[in-house]
Design a protein around this ligand. Structure first.
Ligand SMILES: NC(=O)c1ccc[n+]([C@@H]2O[C@H](COP(=O)([O-])OP(=O)(O)OC[C@H]3O[C@@H](n4cnc5c(N)ncnc54)[C@H](OP(=O)(O)O)[C@@H]3O)[C@@H](O)[C@H]2O)c1
Length: 269
């Protein structure tokens, strides 16, 4: 067994599916552990992965912890003492929001810890995942393994830990902001007579298309200028958008989410 996944919820399952689909690990090399035993048994049967008994790590040299942060203090009691493999021979990768490298190191009683922050895009293989870890994790290739695992569900970025809250406030929370923008555009389309279902599809596709176009340009302003012909429709719409203060609202949105992330992080210490 090469990997134990502790907490096979929405994110744990998405990672598991990405890693096996990409062929990074075969299903038999991944052990699953979750207190929701019925659900995990169904997943294990579908994917052909072994289920670990509660409190067992199956000798896996790497453990992916994808639990809710509130249950981590209790779970860390047995995670830090599981003796099926020499503790010093095991690395931990955590997806838990707000749980710092320092807290992971203290609670897991090892310096081989990697902290990652993915987003919901993992469920469709398109997460943006920040990764940071200790020197010991890098020396034992735990960080490199985290890159491989999260590379199977999207893009990965090495990021110093002091920027994790900003990354969370902008990128991990980002699908929520994009959903509000899409919904408002959709309402605009409906207001002007488009059927709701068509407006929904158009809004989703325009975010995807705009994202792909933005990746080909060095600055968002270039795309805005390209679609704003003199005296045309887009610049007429942009006049209203700018007047409504949307830029300031989005900047403050990211700031509020970043500050909330810092607050939640302090609660986890
Ligand atoms: N979802 C995302 O897109 C996302 C993005 C970035 C970071 N994260 C972080 O990733 C972590 C997991 O998120 P999630 O959305 O996958 O959560 P989730 O769906 O609630 O999954 C957590 C799983 O862990 C199980 N569990 C609870 N206590 C346990 C224990 N003591 N031992 C083993 N399993 C236990 C839960 O079972 P029950 O359902 O029975 O409680 C559930 O199946 C969180 O810390 C979250 O902050 C998630």
């Amino acid at each position: 067994m090469k990997l134990a996944v502790v907490g096979v919820g929405k994110l744990g399952l998405a990672i598991l599916e990405g890693v096996t689909r990409r062929g990074l690990l075969s299903p038999s090399e991944i052990g699953l552990m979750d207190t929701n035993t019925e659900r995990v048994a169904r997943i294990a049967e579908r994917l052909g992965t072994p289920v670990l008994d509660l409190g067992e790590l199956g000798g896996a040299p790497t453990v992916l912890i994808s639990l809710q942060p509130r249950v981590f203090p209790e779970a860390s009691e047995w995670l830090s003492t599981a003796t099926d493999t020499a503790h010093s021979g095991r690395g931990f990768i955590s997806t838990m929001a707000g749980v710092s490298v320092k807290t992971l190191t203290r609670r897991l009683k090892t310096s081989r810890v990697v902290r990652v922050m993915p987003n919901l895009g993992a469920t469709i293989g398109q997460s943006q995942t920040a990764i940071t870890g200790t020197e010991a994790a890098a020396a034992h290739a735990d960080t490199a393994f985290a890159h491989e695992i999260f590379g199977a569900v999207g893009q990965v970025y090495d990021l110093p830990e002091h920027l994790f809250n900003a990354f969370t406030g902008m990128s991990a929370s980002g699908p929520g902001y994009a959903a509000v923008i899409a919904e408002a555009l959709c309402d605009g389309g409906v207001r002007m007579g488009l059927p709701r279902a068509l407006a929904h599809e158009l809004a989703a596709r325009l975010l995807m298309t705009s994202g792909a176009l933005l990746l080909e340009r060095a600055h968002p302003g270039l795309l805005k200028d390209e679609v704003s012909s003199p005296g045309g429709t887009t610049i007429a719409g942009l006049e209203v958008l700018e007047g409504s203060g949307v830029r300031g609202a989005l900047i403050s949105t990211v700031r509020a989410a970043t500050e909330r992330g810092a607050e939640l992080g302090r609660d986890q210490e």
